[in-house]
Design a protein around this ligand. Structure first.
Ligand SMILES: [Zn+2]
Length: 440
């Protein structure tokens, strides 16, 4: 059994007591935290000791909605006139890019994105995947990338009828069964669907039946743009969340993504079914769309999380975007600061802990040893009252020195020592150029 000791750290435990320990230590055996406390009281010797003198050490971050396949879109401009609305963003960019990926592209795009996530202190990723040219087995390629880096991942394939009716149903079923057979708890599964706007009634019923037979939650975009709301109303005479409820898609293990156009009744429905809603403010703004009314959703008692939606590996900056947007939207400088931080640190933890076996998101005995050691040394007092200020104005720009996932040092002084980063980046550059030439 391996052991690891972090000493001399400024610990932000985020545990039930919300302890801030100025000179603290964390002792880890195998993949779990065994002891947390003042360095003078944690009397342990370990295979390796990391001196985190003065640096903030806190739980690894959780990304509640990602698209790892989107990596090779960076810098790509679709041919022709720029997309003018959400439908054109999908058809001209994303549906061309995902269709151009082969199986190895899926692996390498995920690998690079997971490496970047680890370097940004993220240790758990909830992903939503699409690669229509290589559907079968594609989630195994994403899994391979996550396991090669060493993080935890919850995967799903986004079923839609846009290329072939019901595309991706069997891949979700296969993946969910595979996860059930795995004993290490590193990977988890949800039944993925793209959005109601690309799912006919027959396919939605098949997804619901398959998900219920496997007793799993779902992961689906809802009301990202007004068009999803309008098409659902025109075709079925229903609001989106009413339709989700009718098909049994709601529930405490289901993640609904975006929710920018939900009405108050739909917010109540999310709350009453204990469903989860994940917002991605930078992505919404990038697409020229409304950002979900976070404060309204919280007011209705909804469990709101935050993700990157493939925009970047940086999660604290999503919480920053979330509160900045709310203040600008409401023209009120008193709003959303604490809420955005709690969404990132507490609600994302709640979401992950509904999906994975090992509890995570706090520095406490029995928790999964997912930890980030930042290069940030606070120059003003650090305590429970000031931490969110340090998070949004300091840690959001700080380098992550070390990332520990499942008890293993993944990023060591900024490097992923167990991977040949230069070769991986060179392969990705070759593959990206080939993909771009195919879709231009
Ligand atoms: Zn998304």
């Amino acid at each position: 059994m391996s052991s690891l000791l972090i000493t001399n750290a400024q610990l932000v435990t985020l545990d039930e007591a919300n302890r801030f320990i100025d000179d603290g230590s964390v002792y880890i055996e195998d993949k779990h935290i065994i002891e947390v406390g003042e360095s003078s009281t944690v009397k342990r010797t370990a295979d390796r000791t990391i001196d985190a003198r003065g640096n903030i050490v806190m739980p690894g971050l959780i990304n509640a909605h990602h698209h790892l396949y989107s990596t090779f879109a960076r810098g790509f401009t679709p041919p022709g006139a720029p997309p003018r609305n959400f439908e054109e963003i999908l058809s001209k960019l994303w549906w061309k890019l995902d269709a151009a990926l082969d199986s190895e592209d899926v692996y390498y795009s995920a690998l690079l994105a997971v490496m970047d996530a680890a370097r940004a202190g993220c240790t758990t990723i909830i992903d939503h995947h699409a690669s229509p040219s290589c559907v079968d087995g594609s989630l195994d390629q994403v899994e391979r990338a996550i396991r090669d880096v060493g993080l935890s991942g919850c995967l799903s394939y986004e079923v839609s009828d846009r290329n072939r009716e019901g595309e991706g149903i069997e891949e979700n079923e296969r993946w969910i069964r595979k996860c059930r057979e795995s004993t290490d708890g590193q990977m988890a599964a949800l039944f993925g669907m793209h959005a109601l706007m690309t799912l006919g009634a027959k396919t939605l019923q098949r997804c619901a039946d398959a998900g219920h037979a496997l007793d799993t939650g779902f992961h689906v975009h809802v009301a990202e743009d007004e068009i999803d709301v309008r098409l659902t109303m025109e075709r079925y005479g229903q609001r989106i969340m009413d339709r989700m409820l009718n098909f049994g898609i709601t529930g405490e293990k289901s993640i609904f993504v975006h929710g920018s156009q939900l009405d108050p009744g739909e917010m109540d429905l999310l709350q009453s079914t204990a469903s989860m809603l994940v917002n991605n403010p930078e992505s919404n703004m990038n697409n020229g769309l409304s950002v979900a009314p976070i404060l309204d959703l919280l007011g209705h008692g909804v469990t709101v999380g935050v993700g990157t939606d493939g925009m970047s590996p940086h999660l604290i900056s999503q919480a920053r975007a979330m509160y900045l947007h709310q203040r600008s939207e409401h023209k009120d400088p008193s709003l959303a600061f604490g809420e955005a931080c709690r969404i990132l640190l507490e609600n994302n933890r709640t979401i992950a802990n509904r999906l994975f076996r090992d509890p995570r998101g706090a520095l406490a005995p029995g928790q999964l040893a997912d930890i980030m050691i930042t290069g940030y040394v606070p120059f003003t007092p650090l305590n429970a009252d000031t931490f969110y200020g340090h998070l949004l104005f300091g840690l959001s720009f700080a380098r992550v020195r070390t990332t520990i996932a499942r008890g293993r040092v993944i990023v060591d002084e900024g490097r992923l020592q167990h991977l040949d980063e230069d070769t991986i980046r060179a392969r990705c550059a070759e593959r990206a150029a080939r993909i771009w030439s195919r879709i231009h």
